[in-house]
Design a protein around this ligand. Structure first.
Ligand code: PMP
Length: 368
């Protein structure tokens, strides 16, 4: 009988041991007027840019399999960064590349070193890949990485990879190039520099040009943030061709679909049209930071990304009330170690930020 068959079935017990604690990722977003919770680009993109992307989408036949290596897109990205095609790997969002990196270079006896508070998926994906995770905590006040401790951790015999996020999500710090230099010179690990948000810091803050001389450096980028294409699912990395070949060998061959490839190509070709959007977000970031810092009881950290980390009394309640009373979504980090009473707020449009500021001003007063 069906009921008996169900009673004895335990999928979790049958799963790979390393995966048994994991649950489906469902952020259960409440539909909201203003969503500043996921570090997306909420600005309207130039009409010429969106029209070119739409044309690319409509012109793409769907009956053929995609190019598994996304070579046209790799060529455009290679040209953009002044490297060869063989140094670029494309993935279904930066997330897929992170997972594939840990799957390839991790595993028992190959540890990942992270600098929390940082992007929580690093630890999640690494654990799925049975890669031990070592945390070198950032300074509790400034959130700067602890350079000496990080270098020491990376010198451990089983250390395989260090991940540094620049700018760091959710704290906004840039990685110090001198620290990246030390990791390359004083250790033997792979150095993964996650530059998902680097456009908001300025392209001159990217260390992608270092890859040519440093085969252990891997730089991750994405179309999800500055490009405004989080829904398209395209990320890429620039690395030594031998690293790229390993990733090419293990990847799900058709993970980058035909629409994603053709739209991303159009976006790279027209990327200069996005400069005013990025400049506007950077200007709005300064205004929003100033506005939030002026509210009594609110601490704001400086940020090089398109988001701000803030601390205020009753952060969790403030977040719930923003959602329920103002239909504004921000991300609650108050449960995360080192981030008590912290919220992360994506920089929105001028009007979105103004509404958020007015709401936080009111709520901070009431919750104080
Ligand atoms: N790295 C960091 C630091 C991120 O915050 C994100 C997205 N939130 C990613 C990588 C991955 O982004 P995506 O998969 O959308 O490219």
């Amino acid at each position: 009988m069906a009921a008996d068959a169900k009673a004895g079935f335990d999928a979790v017990a049958r799963a790979r041991t390393a995966l048994q604690g994991f649950e489906p990722y469902d952020p259960a977003f409440t539909p909201s007027r203003i969503n500043l919770s996921a570090n997306e680009n909420t600005h309207e993109l130039p009409a010429t840019f969106t029209a070119a992307l739409r044309d690319a989408m409509v012109a793409t036949p769907l009956n053929r399999y995609p190019d598994p290596m996304a070579n046209e897109l790799r060529d455009l990205l290679a040209e953009r960064h002044g490297v060869e095609r063989g140094s670029v790997m494309v993935g279904n969002g930066g997330d897929e590349l992170l997972f594939n990196l840990f799957f390839t270079f991790g595993g028992a006896g190959h540890a990942l070193i992270t600098c929390p508070p940082d992007f929580s998926e690093y630890a999640n994906f690494a654990k799925m890949c049975e890669m031990p995770v070592r945390s070198v905590w950032r300074d509790a006040e400034t959130f700067d990485a602890d350079a000496d401790a990080l270098v020491a951790a990376a010198q451990a015999e089983d250390a395989a990879m260090v991940v540094l996020t620049s700018p760091n999500n959710p704290t906004g710090n840039l990685a110090d190039p001198a620290l990246v230099r030390r990791l390359l010179d004083e250790t033997n690990v792979l150095v993964l520099l996650d530059e998902a948000y680097v456009e908001f810091a300025g392209e001159d803050k990217s260390l992608v040009s270092w890859v040519a001389e440093n085969p252990r450096l891997i730089v991750l980028r994405t179309f999800s943030k500055a490009f405004g294409l989080a829904g398209l699912r395209v990320g890429y990395l620039v690395a030594d061709p031998a690293v790229v070949d390993m990733l090419g060998a293990i990847r799900q061959i058709y993970s980058e679909d035909v629409i994603a490839q053709s739209v991303a190509c159009a976006a790279v070709a027209r990327r200069e049209e996005l400069a005013p959007v990025v400049a506007d977000i950077v200007a709005e970031r300064a205004l929003l930071a100033e506005g939030l810092a002026a509210i009594e009881g609110v601490k704001v950290w400086p940020s090089a990304g398109n988001f701000l980390l803030v601390r205020l009394a009753g952060a969790s309640r403030v977040r719930a009330r923003l959602r329920d009373e103002y239909s504004i979504l921000v991300r609650d980090f108050s449960y995360a170690p080192g981030l008590n009473d912290c919220l992360r707020i994506t920089v929105g449009t001028h009007d979105e930020n103004a509404e958020l500021l007015a709401a936080v001003t009111q709520l901070a007063r009431e919750e104080a």
